[in-house]
Design a protein around this ligand. Structure first.
Ligand code: GAF
Length: 401
């Protein structure tokens, strides 16, 4: 296979300038500002957010940029560098199912923020979007669009929202406007992420605790492999898994599987007759415990000190997602197996699955070799070339200019 290249995100300052220029070309005047929000990787805690679970996401350096301005009319116009599809409509007409394609991720946020807008939503805006989180990569390109839009709208319309208000508005945009029944992990990470940190996210209330995650200082790195196997949340499989887990909670007589004490796992599983639902429940309950164990290791010492056990937890998470939750695809398993064989401390899929990306915790000076081993395995298996990045913990959404 060809040489594996670990790609860097485009320069942030230059992209801010380019997005402002593109706005001016598209609309014929200068924007009021430029805002951005990052994509994310979830280090551990997968497919548990919609069961009130715990997750450990961090932002990555790939971001979505939004240049925008308030207009004197009630017209909303949305354009992007990535697509010829444009949206134009009256602010007051925004409603679920009224907007098609990617502009729904922008207009849905304006719609979801309406409780913070005094009077009816009559205020027009012009928005130009430049998204650099690879689309369909499982790295939360959709959340980055929503959260960058929310930052722009907060500033332009002086809404007075808190970061958590914006998280909730972006979740509502995705669930109720776009119609994808996702759980809130991605929007929380994109808004609340902190530079140099991972976030322990409690999905009961979306409260977060920053966790030290200084890999570079310890000679370690988190290698992202975008398998480029197409994935989408609007698809039925994600919703099926969510339903299976809700069924399990119902059978066990709890609001969510978070309420099940992992110490009583066997007893609880014994009460679920359906073999598939039982495995789904086992994943969710054990995954939440893996996040607790992971966090406890990070509390106790550095990533370096706990690296073997942390890696083992990453591996166990992937195996559970593959065998019990059944959300992996061959490309994800090939990437994970190749990373482990090449000496990664641990590796797992990240995000919703059914395609998308994996992460591997590696020695910094072996990242290139691990990437090459994955690229070689893809070539051997007849899979398309993957893309490689390093996950560098960036800050969450905000104003760039
Ligand atoms: C996707 C969803 F959008 C998240 O809410 C979460 O469920 C994740 O899959 C799985 O952990 O990214």
């Amino acid at each position: 296979s060809s040489d594996a290249v670990i790609l860097e995100a485009p320069d942030r300052g230059e992209t801010v300038d380019a997005t402002a220029r593109a706005f001016a070309e598209a609309f014929g005047y200068e924007p009021d500002g430029v805002w951005s929000a990052p994509g994310r990787v979830n280090i551990i805690g997968e497919h548990v957010d919609y069961q009130d679970g715990l997750c450990l996401p961090m932002a990555i350096s790939h971001r979505c940029f939004v240049a925008a301005a308030r207009t004197p009319t009630d017209l909303v116009r949305v354009r992007s560098a990535q697509s010829d599809v444009v949206f134009e409509g009256q602010a007051g007409d925004l409603a679920p199912d009224a907007v098609e394609g990617w502009p729904a991720y922008v207009t849905g946020v304006l719609w979801a923020l309406r409780p913070f807008i005094s009077g009816a939503v009559q205020q027009g805006v012009d928005i130009y979007l430049d998204g650099h989180v690879p689309l369909g990569s499982g790295l939360s390109s959709s959340a980055s669009v929503e959260c960058a839009s929310a930052e722009a709208l907060e500033s332009l319309l002086s809404l007075g929202t808190t970061p958590l208000d914006r998280v909730r508005a972006c979740i509502a945009a995705e669930n109720d406007f776009v119609g994808a029944s996702t759980g809130g992990l991605d929007q929380s990470a994109s808004v609340l992420a902190r530079e140099g940190r991972a976030l322990l996210l409690d999905c009961r209330d979306f409260s977060t605790t920053p966790v030290a995650w200084d890999l570079a200082g310890q000679g370690l790195a988190l290698l992202i492999t975008d398998t480029r196997a197409e994935h989408s949340h609007a698809g039925g499989e994600y919703a099926d898994r969510r339903r299976d887990s809700e069924r399990a909670a119902e059978i066990l007589g709890v609001g969510t599987l978070r309420d099940i004490d992992p110490a009583g796992l066997d007893e609880a599983l014994g009460r679920i007759d359906d073999e598939v639902v039982r495995r789904r429940a086992r994943h969710v309950i054990t995954e939440i415990q893996r996040v607790r164990d992971f966090d406890a290791l990070l509390e106790r010492g550095s990533v370096r000190e706990g690296v073997a056990q942390l890696g083992a937890l990453l591996n166990a998470s992937h195996d559970s997602l593959r065998d019990d939750y059944e959300v992996t695809v061959p490309a994800l398993d090939v990437a994970v197996d190749a990373a482990r064989a090449a000496g990664a401390h641990g590796s797992r899929m990240t995000g919703g699955g059914f395609g998308g990306s994996t992460i591997a915790l590696v020695e910094a000076d072996s990242a290139q070799d691990v990437a090459q081993a994955i690229a070689d395995a893809f070539a051997r298996e007849g899979l398309g070339s993957p893309a490689f990045f390093l996950a560098l913990p960036e800050d969450g959404s905000g104003q760039d200019r």
